[in-house]
Ligand binder design. Sequence first.
Ligand SMILES: [Zn+2]
Length: 602
Amino acid sequence: MKSGSDPDFYMIPDSFKQDLLNRIDVVDVVGRYVKLKKGGANYIGLCPFHGEKTPSFSVSPAKQFYHCFGCGAHGNAIGFLMAYGGMGYVDAVKDLAASCGMQVPEERPRSPEEAARKEREPDLYAVMEKAMEFYRAELKKSPRAIDYLKGRGLTGEIAARFRIGYAPDDWQGLKNAFTEYSSSSLVEAGLVVEADGKRYDRFRDRIMFPILNARGAVIGFGGRVLDKGEPKYLNSPETPLFEKGREVYGLVQARDPIRHAGRALVVEGYMDVVALAQFDVGYAVATLGTATSAVHVSKLLRLADELVFSFDGDAAGRKAAWRALEVSLPLASDNKPIRFLFLPEGEDPDTFIRRHGKDAFEAQVRQADTLSQFLIAHLRSECDLATPEGRARFVSMAKPYIEKMAAPALKVQLVNQIGRLAELSPEDTQRSLDPAHRPAYRRAPAVKREPPSSHEWKLLSRVAAYPSLSADINIDLVSPSLEEAQALRELCGYLAAIDRASKASHALVIEHFQNSTHADVLFEAQGYALDLKESEDESRGFVHYTLRSLEIERKRQTLKDLEKRLERGQLSRDEHLRYGKMISEVRALEQHLVEDARRASK
Ligand SMILES: [Zn+2]
């Protein structure tokens, strides 16, 4: 997806982007995924977008963008998360905002209903908190619920840590907690169902697992039946507070253990999370009755060095695992492996750890399939590698997955392995599985040619290096026909509207030019500027010299035109005067130019 076609692309206000790009550091963002070394003013590393052995990938802390001299990959921190992390524009911005504690504003004016709902959010949080306290108090009063939890091996301490409660077997149990049972907040929070003019509690006779957001506030509940009864698990519906594809159960409790173990384990149910925690495996979380989403995966990869998915070994579990693999491919990186744990048939993490204990469970986790093992095993199971047709099918099935994959070193390994299994030569493997990664974000053309020699290009590259210099540019002097001149005009126009001296100005320019027809030439100039060995003052001197040269060229051209008409006796009196004046002007300019050059050579 091209960022420009993302309907949300323009929804985030420029002032916010500017603040954000000022606060974050592109070196940190890229450094999460790519090993970078200081090299002069920039950081350099192996380009994650094309296979290479010697680094041609630069990240500039001063200019806040990255640029690859090998393949032309080019962008700011937002672009990196999109191109490498496979995120959408808005998610990339939200990701960065979260990393520095900023809240992404909504530029679109809210409808009155939305505004009213937003206003009531604090109210909804309070409602959820109150409901949780009610359910927890009810648990203490219900020997049957307590026996159930004890029967599953849980101590009171773990129940308290996860704030587990019990929803009584009562159609309007929450009346005991809320004097205003008729309040619309209860319906909006998903606690009460309204049907045929009647209201009743959504959760009845269930063990209640509160779902907390990253800040620890209750945003939803999962309810499990005590014995038989359907459905076994019931979740809160999507509400203004609760968006299933974004949240994971148990993250607040698991955060420290994940950092400590360096590993996050994703399981299928709340009981799995709680039972594992009971057995001192604290790094597990669960998705909430939805398939694994990219938001889940990137959220967890931010905390953990390794992500392990645990699914049932049955057909449904394998299908869910495959879906998790598809989502993970663009997000996995070479230093953050993703693995898949399939427990023996009929076991889930809860039953397994209770039966076999922590050590046996963690031994299983350590032996979990790697992403590549799982991918290849799955594809092999669908193709008969003993026949040419089967091998061809194998390669064509593998191709889309290879293309989605972000981890460059792993990708090379996988391509080679698939080639061997399909009995392809290395050249044929390369040709069939083209491992070139095509990010959604725009890049500069791979710079193989000499940069243009025009004055306009020289000006463009200096303004790209030092945006403040745009104030010195007299745009009327540049030729309107050259592409680099058009890019310069657009660049100066944009820079006049923002804070040119800000560290984020380069990164903002990249944002602005994403949809410009002059993006290629501008990004090339930015890449050129990375290696420019000139101070700002030197560049300013050079810009003035170039502008003077341009001015001389312009005036000489006018003189030539006047001369032609003079020869034909076509000049008016005024033009005669102008001609004479211009000759002395050009002379003076040329004299300045000589002095400039002498000064510069000193
Ligand atoms: Zn590259």
